[in-house]
Design a protein around this ligand. Structure first.
Ligand SMILES: [Zn+2]
Length: 125
């Protein structure tokens, strides 16, 4: 199958090794892409594991899993990478009412011990 992150690669050659823990995402963008794919699949466990440890209390695995499930994740567009630890993106999805939605966010990431984590995001219009 094509990777849900829209890289043009197969899932096996793209986000799957990150989801299985075989490899760590080498860049903030790769982590961001793998998290989008994890919503599409969905894989709530991976979404929790890639959230910065001190921020995990703000999220629940169940909610992440459900948010992945109820929406249909159609496209990911990387808008810009203003720095090594920031990625601006648009996530396109169809919600449970069949309505097209765009989630536009500037996300912040942080690396600890060679692993990237999602810290927080600013929602943009
Ligand atoms: Zn991918």
């Amino acid at each position: 199958m094509n990777c849900p992150c829209c890289s043009g690669k197969s899932y096996e050659d793209c986000c799957k090794p990150y989801h299985t823990g075989e490899k760590n995402a080498p860049t903030a963008e790769a982590l961001m892409r793998s998290r989008f794919s994890a919503f599409a699949i969905p894989n709530g466990e991976y979404l929790m594991q890639t959230t910065f440890p001190s921020k995990r209390q703000n999220h629940s695995k169940k909610d992440l899993q459900e948010w992945g499930e109820i929406n249909e994740w159609t496209k990911l567009e990387i808008v810009s990478k203003p720095s090594m630890n920031k990625v601006e993106f648009k996530a396109f999805y169809t919600d449970e009412n069949g309505k097209q939605q765009v989630h536009h966010e500037l996300s912040q990431f942080k690396m600890i011990q060679n692993r990237w984590f999602y810290v927080t995001g600013e929602f943009l219009d």
